[in-house]
Ligand binder design. Sequence first.
Ligand SMILES: Cc1ncc(C[n+]2csc(CCO)c2C)c(N)n1
Length: 211
Amino acid sequence: MTERYSEQLRALSEPDWSAATEHRFVRELCAGTIAPGPMRRYLIQDHRFLDSFLRLLGAAIATADTMEARLRFGRSAGVVSGEENTYFLRAFASLGVGAERDTDPDSAPTAGFKALMREAAESGSYPAVLSVLCVAEWLYLDWAMRAPRPLPADFVHAEWITLHDNPDFRQFVSVLRSELDRVGPGSDAECRDVFRRAVALERQFLDDAYA
Ligand SMILES: Cc1ncc(C[n+]2csc(CCO)c2C)c(N)n1
């Protein structure tokens, strides 16, 4: 039996995929034991990631080759712009994040992600855009769905997990994987390159929370 194309890409991205999904940040977040310092640093950097991510979703809306996919990306853009953004604002208030939200420089992995997302968006290539989106969503679902229950009491921890493991999000990851299975093999070299670089950056992004 041949493996799904998206699963082949995931396997090729090892050992970075497992290093990210089993990262110290993930373990401490899911246990509710993560120190405020790394949580703050992570969220400040991640909020910047979200801005470029929205641009990438815009590129997916623009480059998708079916209307059905375009509609799905449009709905996801609404979620990221709504619920997800308010989580950041409430979490910043709870963690006492002030001016550093704007003044801290971009970390190297944040800058790398912004560059990769811009590159994919500007390529105009639906398979390249899908490769980055698929990593950013599927890798998060992969660790979030394995979080031990009950979830931590602090909403800063618990909500970051449920944002990445809920029925709508699972369905979105399933669409992204099906789309990549469908169009990826026609642009194999490009997808392998972009997917692998995105997974390496995910791992570095998590490492950076403890830098
Ligand atoms: C470095 C980094 N990689 C992936 C995600 C996950 N993520 C980012 S935007 C988005 C879409 C809607 O939730 C998702 C799942 C993240 N937050 N930070």
